[in-house]
Design a protein around this ligand. Structure first.
Ligand code: ADP
Length: 296
């Protein structure tokens, strides 16, 4: 840092007793308000500016790559739907018309084909749901999170009733968010908390929020089967599951959608858990309004 002093430094000793201290515009005045000098500071920021420009370029590249990938996932999954619908319906037709009329092997083969087509349909639908978080998001609006939770509990009423789930919702804040996506986010977390319950136990779930600096930290706590810590990151990746379909139904899309929604809102999501004790899914959302991409 280079400092430049005006006349005040030369006459400093003479004026020290009359100097009336710091003046915001850099001008130094005596007690009568007369200018007796000035102060200015100058920092060489060339390297910093260069680094900032580099960072901005990298971010822009990342944004573009992300948007392209999202578009690709959307187009691929959307355009695959039609031919797949055709395959699925004709295989279904063959099954209806020829089941039991060909040899036993043929019945098995048809069964595999129907099963495969149905599985592909589910995956493509999930991929579409995932890509729509970015492409079909709505603008952020003032949203009462307690209303979101009421909505979610209405949507899950049957599952809550069947499992005998006990859900406690603490007071929750009002934030700027895409309300439909917040519903999707909490619904996925609550549905998992109900689904991954321990045998013979009623799910006990608590939803709460606490302010930490510039963020709200939301918690969804359950008493379910829990997760080994080596899988804490893996479960947020699309189509990653820790259980076979026979144990718990699902395709492994729920948490990756949660992650995408939280990131679109400028936050992050993580889990803390102990096997056989329960899990706490937590995510942060900024208290300040963020731009749609998740940046300030
Ligand atoms: P899905 O529910 O279709 O399997 P998710 O992406 O929602 O997909 O979850 C991924 C995996 O994370 C699940 O298969 C499960 O192993 C684990 N998981 C998610 N939520 C919980 C939970 N509340 N308790 C225990 N395990 C969970």
């Amino acid at each position: 840092m280079h400092r430049y002093y005006g006349r005040a430094t030369e006459s400093e000793s003479a004026t020290r007793s009359r100097y009336d201290g710091y003046v915001p515009d850099g001008v130094i005045r005596d007690v009568d308000g007369e200018m007796i000098g000035y102060y200015s500071a100058n920092v060489d920021v060339t390297a910093q500016r260069k680094a900032e420009a580099e960072l901005e370029r990298t971010l822009e590249d990342l944004r573009r790559a992300n948007a392209e990938l999202e578009q690709f996932a959307y187009v691929a999954s959307h355009d695959l739907q039609e031919p797949l619908r055709m395959v699925a319906s004709y295989v279904q037709l063959i099954k209806q018309r020829y089941e039991g009329k060909l040899d036993p092997d043929a019945d098995d083969f048809i069964e595999y084909a129907v099963d495969g087509a149905n599985r592909m349909k589910r995956l493509i639908n999930d991929l579409l749901t995932f890509s729509r978080v970015g492409t079909r998001g709505r603008p952020f609006e003032t949203t009462r999170v307690s209303d979101v939770l009421r909505h979610v509990q209405d949507n899950l009423a049957m599952a809550i009733e069947e499992a005998g789930a006990d859900i406690v919702v603490d007071p929750l804040p009002t934030i700027e968010a895409d309300e439909a996506q917040l519903v999707q986010l909490f619904q996925n977390l609550l549905a998992n908390a109900i689904k991954f319950r321990r045998e013979g136990e009623h799910p006990r779930i608590r939803v709460s929020a606490a302010r930490e600096g510039d963020d709200w930290i939301f918690r969804v706590e359950d008493n379910g089967i829990g997760i080994e810590d080596e899988y804490f990151d893996k479960i947020f990746i699309i189509f990653q599951r820790l259980h076979g379909k026979g144990d718990f139904p699902g395709t492994g899309i729920g948490l990756s959608v949660c992650k995408k929604i939280v990131e679109r809102h400028g936050g992050r999501i993580w889990v803390e858990s102990k096997p056989c004790e329960g899990s706490v899914f937590q995510f942060s959302l900024p208290t300040r309004r963020v731009r749609e991409t998740g940046e300030q």
